[in-house]
Design a protein around this ligand. Structure first.
Ligand code: ADP
Length: 454
């Protein structure tokens, strides 16, 4: 087992990993940037090492500095969390060269599943349902038009190396498709360092349903069922829940099994999420594979009782997954509201600054994953998420009631957060009915259907 893990991340996920290390009896070392130097969670680590200035390229994305920190503290492993370097196969390869275990998949497995075009190929082989679309990357306009005619408009152009909801273009006709291919390639090259793009069918009505999977280094894999993450703004998730409401359990069981098979057949070790869109007829189409622990992993932890972060560490250390599929059961319903420091009344403008009032809800079935304490300064430099509020109850109705109760207890100031928006969303009939699709939130905001959100 590892003696010491370096955590190459910040904020709530760094704290989440510290907690997992503590419970496993492993020392946790945090790296931090100057923008995070006063962050209180650093005191919970066994050691904290400053790796540079605030901008991510000088710190959390700076591979030589992170490797140097791991060498200085003599860490056996690095946990990348999510975002930053977590999906960089080159980083995983450098860790290997330096004889530091990367807590995640091998660079080869990451390259195979992290690239959307490659992942589709692997998915097809494992009989995971995929989108109708181009088989590989699209080079020329004519190729794109040919595929689009075959699958029908609208189509979406995506970057093979894309992420974070960026690098996608929807095309409703041939003219826009022709005009967009070159631009999309250039944008992809500039944003992700890889100009490869592909096209697939664009679904006007769909829900985002994803499957949590775990694979070990001994060829064994399981799934931990699904999450529904349809409540999104700008392709970014805001509320996630499990199980997915109203989904045919037989259908989803088959999808979950195919996801577990996909990671087994690609020799993937670690935690991963296989993302799908589900259409109105409950057909599933794979979007991509996220080769890391996700923001919304607590939802699955609450309904399965499995600690996904601990599993990721134990798998990296070479332990066998002591879990058989038939032993994993779902208990009740769970939901997560991302608490972002943004002002929903001002087009979600970031609202950084000092948090004077921070009164967090508690009580039965409530979990709060956050690095924030009263007096914490939210730096303007990073992601605006300041915490995740998670509720668990016997069924969906009670879970929603519990989440509403908790959101009403929450007091934050003077910065703005999305808490008032969450309350409106949870009260909305479409959400109550479990009928929210991926475009619901943007539509509701545009048409002013939610009432006051601040
Ligand atoms: P990223 O890697 O940037 O997160 P994804 O491929 O996972 O990109 O897609 C993110 C979101 O974009 C999806 O949850 C969905 O809302 C939207 N999206 C992606 N592909 C499609 C599609 N083919 N049809 C409709 N919406 C899509």
């Amino acid at each position: 087992m590892f003696r010491r893990i370096l955590i190459a991340n910040r904020g709530e996920i760094a704290l989440r990993i510290i907690r997992a290390c503590r419970e496993l009896g492993i020392e946790a070392v945090c790296v931090y940037s100057k923008a995070d130097k006063d962050a209180p969670y650093l005191r919970l680590a066994d050691r904290a090492i400053c790796i540079g200035a605030g901008p991510s390229k000088d710190s959390y994305l700076n591979i030589p500095r992170i490797i140097a920190a791991a060498e200085v503290c003599d860490a056996d492993a690095i946990h990348p969390g999510y975002g930053f370097l977590s999906e960089r196969a080159d980083f995983a390869a450098i860790c290997r060269e330096c004889k530091i275990e990367f807590i995640g998949p091998s660079p080869e497995a990451m390259a195979q599943l992290g690239d959307k075009v490659a992942a589709k190929r692997a998915a097809k082989a494992a009989k995971v349902p995929i989108f109708p679309g181009s088989e590989g990357a699209i080079e020329e306009e004519d190729e794109a038009v040919e595929v689009a005619r075959e699958i029908g408009f609208p189509v979406i152009i995506k970057a093979a190396a894309g992420g974070g909801g960026r690098g996608m273009r929807v095309c409703h006709n041939e003219a826009t498709l022709r005009a967009s291919i070159k631009k999309a390639q250039q944008e992809a090259k500039a944003a992700f360092g890889d100009g490869a793009v592909f096209i697939e069918k664009f679904l006007e009505h769909a829900r985002h349903v994803e499957v949590q999977v775990l694979g070990d280094k001994h060829g064994h894999s399981v799934h931990l069922f699904e999450r529904d993450c349809s409540m999104q703004r700008r392709h970014q998730k805001l509320i996630e829940e499990a199980p997915a409401p109203g989904v045919d359990r037989k259908k989803i069981a088959a999808v979950c099994e195919s996801a577990a098979k996909l990671i087994r057949t690609t020799g993937y070790a670690g935690a991963a999420t296989v993302e799908f869109l589900m259409d109105d007829e409950q057909n599933f189409y794979m979007l991509e594979v996220n080769t890391r622990v996700q923001v919304e992993h607590p939802v699955t932890e609450m309904i399965t009782g499995q600690d996904i972060v601990k599993h990721s560490i134990l798998i990296a250390a070479g332990e066998k997954l002591g879990l058989r599929q038939k032993d994993i059961a779902v208990t009740g319903h769970a939901m997560e509201c991302r608490i972002n420091a943004e002002d929903p009344a001002r087009n979600f403008m970031p609202s950084p600054g000092r948090i004077d009032t921070w009164e967090v809800p508690g009580g039965p079935g409530i979990r709060m994953d956050t690095h924030v304490v009263p007096g914490y300064m939210v730096p303007p430099t990073y992601d605006s998420m300041v915490g995740k509020l998670i509720a668990h109850a016997d069924d969906r109705e009670q879970c929603v009631a519990r989440m509403v109760r908790a959101l009403r207890e929450f007091r934050v100031g003077p910065i703005k957060t999305v808490i008032p928006l969450h309350l409106r969303l949870l009260e909305h009939s479409a959400f109550r009915e479990g009928a929210v699709d991926i475009h619901f939130l943007e539509r509701a905001l545009k048409q002013d259907l939610l009432g006051p959100v601040a």
